[in-house]
Design a protein around this ligand. Structure first.
Ligand SMILES: NC(=O)c1ccc[n+]([C@@H]2O[C@H](COP(=O)([O-])OP(=O)(O)OC[C@H]3O[C@@H](n4cnc5c(N)ncnc54)[C@H](O)[C@@H]3O)[C@@H](O)[C@H]2O)c1
Length: 328
């Protein structure tokens, strides 16, 4: 039985606590920590009938509770040494994206998990979608990928820390990182990024300092190109993340991570494969972490992937601020 603790008991922590609750005897949630202690207490009450301990200081939690895995669900600005302490104690780590707001912290996280040989999983759950996994598998027989086009559209004020660029890093860094990560997953490492971004729709909101429209072009070493368009000014209540992928012999239109229409294009006639699945991608990323620990094999999205995708979005944000292309 894996003993699990949480640092940060906010919105996304619910998704992970629900997934862990559905697994049964393989895991036990034994501790929750949030600087707002009442939230930690609420998680203990609602997910473990009050059995789990609750704390407002993660150092105290690490000192007092014996953990096998920690789920780090902190806002981007709040990362300090919680990964270092876990890794040094041999505690495996699940961490939400973006893993930090600067590369010094992110690189340190990578070093410490590798040095202490703990498993790490970064919360890029779209990688676990059945459509994403199947198309990735199909690309063994097709390719290269020449073009990807990503779109992300929502319309929400989000939380106060989210709309403060110094705390979230901005929409690209905090949110669109999912799309940038999928592009890296399919196309490899980029060499040049050019972003334009603006605040068009939220000028009247005083504490809103993040961009709400952006367009990015990414150039890859082999000549492939990707584009990413994003906004926080589209349809209220809808969160739309879509991707198209064009490879030699295969075109995939992803409706979401579990649904895609795939066209095999080497023939002069149309051959279409429809992928449709109800896979729980939050549960899938947790099950992969548990399997990796039990089988002593790498997870599908280790900390280094979190650092590389962070580097890409930080470069895009820098390009957007400077108004010129930036080499990776
Ligand atoms: N993968 C996804 O689909 C997804 C979705 C939403 C959020 N996220 C990511 O998860 C992270 C958290 O987002 P959220 O929406 O849950 O935020 P949130 O604001 O709802 O929750 C964050 C919690 O962390 C607590 N906290 C802050 N500093 C702390 C500290 N030092 N010690 C302990 N607790 C502390 C806050 O009090 C709050 O309860 C962000 O990085 C976000 O990008 C990922």
């Amino acid at each position: 039985m894996h003993k699990v603790g949480f640092i940060g008991c906010g919105g996304i922590a619910h998704a992970h606590a629900r997934a862990l609750s559905s697994i049964g005897e393989r895991v036990e949630m034994v501790a929750f920590c949030d600087i707002e202690k009442e939230r930690a207490r609420w998680f203990s009450q609602n997910y473990t009938a009050g059995k789990a301990k609750f704390f407002s200081d993660y150092r105290e939690m690490y000192d007092k509770v014996d953990l096998d895995i920690v789920y780090i669900c902190l806002p981007p600005f709040a990362h300090k040494d919680e990964v270092d302490i876990a890794a040094e104690k041999g505690i495996h780590i699940f961490i939400e994206k973006p893993i930090a707001l600067d590369m010094e912290t992110a690189n340190r996280m990578v070093e410490v998990v590798e040095k202490n040989k703990v498993k790490s999983q970064v919360g890029f759950m779209f990688r676990f979608g059945d459509a994403v996994e199947e198309v990735k598998g199909m690309l063994c027989n097709y390719g290269p990928v020449g073009l990807m086009m990503g779109r992300y559209m929502c319309n929400s004020l989000h939380s106060p820390w989210w709309r403060d660029k110094s705390k979230s890093g901005g929409q690209i860094v905090e949110q669109i990182i999912h799309i940038f990560d999928l592009i890296r997953f399919f196309m490899g490492e980029p060499k040049l990024v050019f972003t334009q971004m603006n605040n068009i729709f939220h000028k009247d909101i005083p504490d809103y300092t993040v961009e709400d429209v952006s367009g990015t072009v990414i150039l890859f070493k082999d000549g492939g190109i990707a584009t990413v368009s994003a906004t926080n000014g589209a349809i209220p209540g809808k969160w739309i993340a879509q991707l198209d992928l064009i490879a030699k012999g295969l075109t995939a239109n992803f409706i979401d991570a579990n649904h895609a229409n795939v066209y095999l294009t080497l023939n002069p006639w149309e051959k279409k494969v429809e992928i449709s699945s109800g896979k729980d991608i939050y549960l899938a990323e947790t099950l992969d972490l548990l399997d990796a620990i039990e089988q002593d094999r790498p997870t599908k999205v280790p900390m280094i992937e979190g650092a590389r995708s962070l580097q890409l979005v930080l470069t895009a944000a820098r390009s957007g601020e400077e108004g010129k292309p930036v080499e990776m």
